[in-house]
Each structure stands twice: as C-alpha cells, then as structure tokens.
Write a protein of this length. Structure first.
Length: 450
C-alpha cells in the first residue's frame, strides 16, 4: 500500500475509459483518433504512484474485460454516456466500482445514477484523494461535486499512458476552463455558470513541450472553450510559442479578430486557424440565444482583419434557429465563400438538457421523442419553426456537401491572402478535401476513419 497526503490507499488496478458512441446502431470505431481526449491522461496524473493505471480510448481500442479492475473511471460527453452505462454494468458485475464524470453527468444524472457506483459533477482532479479514501473505506458517495477548483497548478498529464499507435496528428493541451460568456445553448456555460479559470503559463508551455517531445508531432489543439477569454493570458502563451515551430488551433471569442497585437502573435506562433463561434448570421438569433455581444460585430470586417495578418478563420455555426428560413443555407454558403473561410464546422441546433435553450423548447412542447444517441450533432431532435425536422436535416447535409464541393473549396482558397500563410492554408485545404469525402457519406470530419 502507499501513503497519499496522509491517506493510506491499497494498491489497485484502475481503468480510465473514454467510451465510444453509437452511430447508425453500431459502435463507432476508428483506427486512429484525430486528437485524443485530454481528460484521461489528465485524471491519470492525479493518482499517487504505486497503482497500476490503464487508459482506454474505446473508439480506437477494445475494452479488456479479462482484467480484474478495482476502480473504473468513465469520461462522458455527448451521447457516449449510453455506452458508458452499458460498460459500467459489466464492470459492476465483475466486482469493480465505477465512477462517471464529464459533461453528460449534470444533464443525465437521474438516469445515470443507477448504472454507476458514483457520479462526479465538475472537475475530478481534486476529488481523486477523497474518492480513493472512500473506496478503501467502502463508503463511496453516490455524488461528488467540484465545480470551480483552482487549476493554476496541475500535474503534467500522463501522456506516456496513451498508446502512440492510436494517436492521429493533433495533440491536446489545456490553457483554461470555462467561459465568461453565457450563451443559452452552451453546456459549458451552464455547468460553470459563466466562470472562467486559467492555468499558469509556465505549466501550459511545460505540457506542450512534453507532449510534442513524446509523440514527435507539431499540431496542438487548445481544448479551451474560449482561449481568448483572458487576452493577456493568451498573448503570454503565444509569446512563448513563437520559437517552438508548431501549428496550433484554438476556439476563440470573435472579439479577438479585432485585436491586432493578438493576431500578430497568432501568426508568428504558428496559428493554423482560429475557430470562431459565429453561430448564425442573424442578429435576431444571436439575441435569442444570449449572444447579443456578437450581434454588433461586422463579421466580414473582423475576418478581413484576421486575414490581413495571415491568420485563417474557421467558422463554427448552427442551423435551425427560430429566425432561420430556407434562405439561411444559401446565405451561409455565400458568407464562407465571400469571406474566404478556410473551414466551416456546422451542425443543427442542439438543445442540451439543462441549458436555457433546452428548457424553452421543452416548455413550448417542441422537443422530439428521440433515442438519446440521436443527440449527436448530426440529427434534428426538436421541431424547428420554419422547417420540419426532416427538411432541416436534409438541408443541413446539402449545405455541407455544397460548401465542401470542389467549386466552393476553390472559391475559398484561391485568393491572394493564402500567400500570407501558405503552410496553414495547405493543411486546411487538405482538411477540406477530407470533409468533402465525409460529407457525401453524411459524416462529419471528426468521423473520418483513417
């Protein structure tokens, strides 16, 4: 046994598992993961030495039921909680205790509580000592909560436990958690109540250097909900990245496109693309979902400013808002072409349980009685105002297929601004070709089975 902060804990075999999800009735599997979830190595780093810890990313690996585990931790997000329930029941039958955390827990805790020994709401890192102690004393609580712990000093993630054979080209790193904005469709905003926390810049750079050195890859994805929520923090990180010869991607607030100093640093530090949540082209829609701060921004001027510094822009958008109509799809296609948007990531509006948008649609009787696995971002699970659910879904796929058709790709990429950042645009051009293939099969680029 080992001593952990004055707590004696028996040596155990611990599995930390990211379940896959169901797609068209089958378990979704890939050979490699585009970028592996950071949660697993992050949680693994919080256990004391002496335990045997295994990680499993089920999308690219098989769960080994022949092993005898003491504790099994599940990371849930989206509809993978359904698969997590199935796996948990199997582990419980073998005598293991199971703990589920992640964004799905607050949304589905009433249903999930019967399938797991314990549930965690919020951040699990600081709870590991208590969970281990309670396990040893056979007194696991049904619910643990840890919503806003300090994350300024976290241990280096156990990247060494992630098999190199399943890793794609992109490596995840975390600089902050939460978002100060309170968009009414966002599960992150709901969970953290608009609170934002940032990590120490030195430790963020430590994580980047470690994961790049270990896996010999140059693409970093910042997992932050809003990388630029604290602009000085973001700039300090980019200043440190300028000499490291990497590419990086991050989700950012639209206001960052108006900050010239940030954009210069982004270009100099290897920004592959800034993922901007435009959401919709309608100011009425923006006000409706609590994102009125973006309604006064001239999207085209903001994008033009980013392009001036050689920074490509990815547009994150949704379709099916109450003020959308049939003209919306043509307008989005024109918007991404006229503004040379390097990548469009779009999906139907998703009413996430617990959010204000969900409660509004529920009160209006507009939620459809769909299996939980259909809440995957590719299906319509509510009644839109100006479409049937089936028509919205059909038009959504048509939009993707047209935007990622060769004619549209050439319109967006063959312009003089590409010369300001040829390496990034070359990578993004290839990603568009991949998206062209997946959209024809009604799959997102994240479903690409390499």
């Amino acid at each position: 046994m080992v001593l952990f902060e004055n707590i004696i804990v028996w040596q155990m075999k611990i599995l930390i598992l990211d379940p896959t999800c169901y797609s068209d009735g089958k378990l979704f599997k890939v050979r490699k993961i585009g970028y592996f979830p950071l949660t697993l190595p992050r949680i693994a780093a919080c256990f004391p030495s002496g335990h045997e810890i295994l990680l499993c990313h089920e999308r690219a690996q098989e769960v080994d039921f022949s092993q005898k585990y003491d504790l099994v931790f599940f990371s849930t997000m989206g509809s993978n909680w359904i698969r997590a329930e199935e796996l948990s029941r199997k582990f419980l039958q073998s005598g293991a205790k199971t703990v589920a955390g992640g964004y799905s827990v607050p949304q589905f805790s009433e249903r999930m509580k019967d399938a797991f020994s314990s549930l965690v709401t919020g951040d699990a890192e600081n709870l590991i000592p208590q969970i281990l102690n309670d396990f040893q004393n056979n007194s696991l609580k049904k619910m643990y909560e840890n919503l806003f712990p300090d994350i300024s000093s976290l241990p280096l993630p156990r990247f060494d436990l992630v098999p190199a054979s399943i890793i794609g080209d992109v490596l995840p790193v975390e600089a902050s958690r939460g978002c100060p904005n309170k968009c009414e469709f966002c599960s992150i905003s709901k969970l953290y109540s608009g609170k934002f926390r940032k990590r120490d810049v030195v430790e963020v750079i430590r994580d980047i250097d470690s994961v790049v050195s270990l896996f010999k890859k140059r693409f970093i994805y910042f997992t932050d909900a809003n990388f630029t929520a604290d602009m000085n923090h973001a700039k300090n990180i980019l200043q440190k990245l300028k000499s490291r010869n990497i590419f990086w991607i991050a989700g950012a607030d639209i206001n960052c496109l108006k900050d010239d100093e940030f954009l210069i640093l982004a270009a100099e530090s290897g920004c592959l693309s800034l993922q901007i949540g435009f959401e919709t082209l309608s100011a009425k829609n923006l006000h409706f979902v609590g994102k009125g701060f973006a309604a006064g921004v001239n999207y085209s001027e903001a994008i033009k400013n980013a392009h001036k510094f050689g920074v490509p822009v990815t547009a994150l958008m949704m379709v099916g808002f109450d003020h959308d109509d049939k003209s919306t799809f043509k307008a989005i296609k024109s918007f991404v072409e006229n503004n040379h948007i390097s990548m469009l990531v779009t999906h139907p509006v998703i009413p996430v349980p617990g959010t204000k948008l969900y409660e509004q649609l529920k009160e209006q009787g507009r939620l459809l009685d769909c299996p939980p696995e259909m809440a995957d971002g590719k299906h319509v699970i509510f009644r839109p105002v100006n479409f049937s659910a089936e028509e919205l879904e059909r038009r959504y796929w048509q939009l993707n297929q047209r935007v990622f058709g060769m004619k549209s790709i050439l319109k967006r990429f063959f312009w003089s601004g590409v010369l300001r950042n040829i390496p990034s645009y070359a990578v993004l051009f290839v990603l568009n070709l991949i998206a062209s293939r997946t959209s024809k099969k009604q799959l997102t680029i994240g479903d690409y089975k390499t």
